[in-house]
Design a protein around this ligand. Sequence first.
Ligand SMILES: Nc1ncnc2c1ncn2[C@@H]1O[C@H](COP(=O)(O)OP(=O)(O)O)[C@@H](O)[C@H]1O
Ligand SMILES: [Mg+2]
Length: 280
Amino acid sequence: MAFIEVKNLTHIYGQGTEQEFCALRDVNFQIEKGEFVAILGANGSGKSTLARHLNGLLLPTEGSCRINGLDTLIPKEVWEIRRQVGMVFQNPDNQLIAGVVEDDVAFGPENLGMEPEKMRQQVDAALKAVGMTDFRLFAPHLLSGGQKQRVAIAGALAMNTNCLILDEATAMLDPQGRREVMTLVEKLHQERGMTLVIITHFMDEAAKADRVLVMEKGRLVQSGIPKEIFADAPRMHQLGLAVPLAVELAWHLRKDGMNLPDDIINDDDLIAALEDGYVH
Ligand SMILES: Nc1ncnc2c1ncn2[C@@H]1O[C@H](COP(=O)(O)OP(=O)(O)O)[C@@H](O)[C@H]1O
Ligand SMILES: [Mg+2]
């Protein structure tokens, strides 16, 4: 059984009203436990709608969405799904609700009715894991965007979440904040085997994933390893998407007759290929 199983998922907003809008159409995919998947797609392609299905914030109009064998359509399973799947959204200012960092991280465990002693341990461990122990008594508004997102991630860790979904969670951050958040989630993925789903417009982030899914107008139109997906730069452009800068540059250099390997995906690959051909 895959960790995430999305079958024939269709989502219609405002069904039966004049504003009825079909945001997801017959979407099918699976994500294995411990996999790192990036979801790409132009604005309005249905990425956020899809993300909200993955922890039961939205329910299927048709089809189904199962997380670790739990079905979002079964009301009593939704709480366990929300515990297992942590969501981090775009705007860091909308995520933290308590007046002090550690209270914010404790919010989830408290709602689960965790014993106070156990809760304290969970909160301390979660703050440590995201490198925010020193800020535990800070008011969230004093933190940088990257720090706020890390606290949001700690909130999920404190509930022993085993899957993180980041819906453009780095979009509003400065480069340093982006790096902090990506380094953290990659570490959680690598060291704890957490299942990681990131929705992003940053192609260098997507290039690090095990697999890339591409959405277009509510449909899932591509699924493959980053090298395959980015190899077809014209198709990506047609879908309203960029490719990583290194891929774009390699594509132009090949077009100009330079003999470069066809699996260049990031700066390091490109540098290595150029050094092989031109220095040695
Ligand atoms: N609450 C809503 N009510 C009606 N339409 C919505 C709602 N949320 C999103 N949509 C529409 O559904 C489509 C997909 O939106 P969304 O999932 O947010 O896309 P993305 O995250 O890829 O930008 C868009 O056309 C959007 O306008
Ligand atoms: Mg979105």
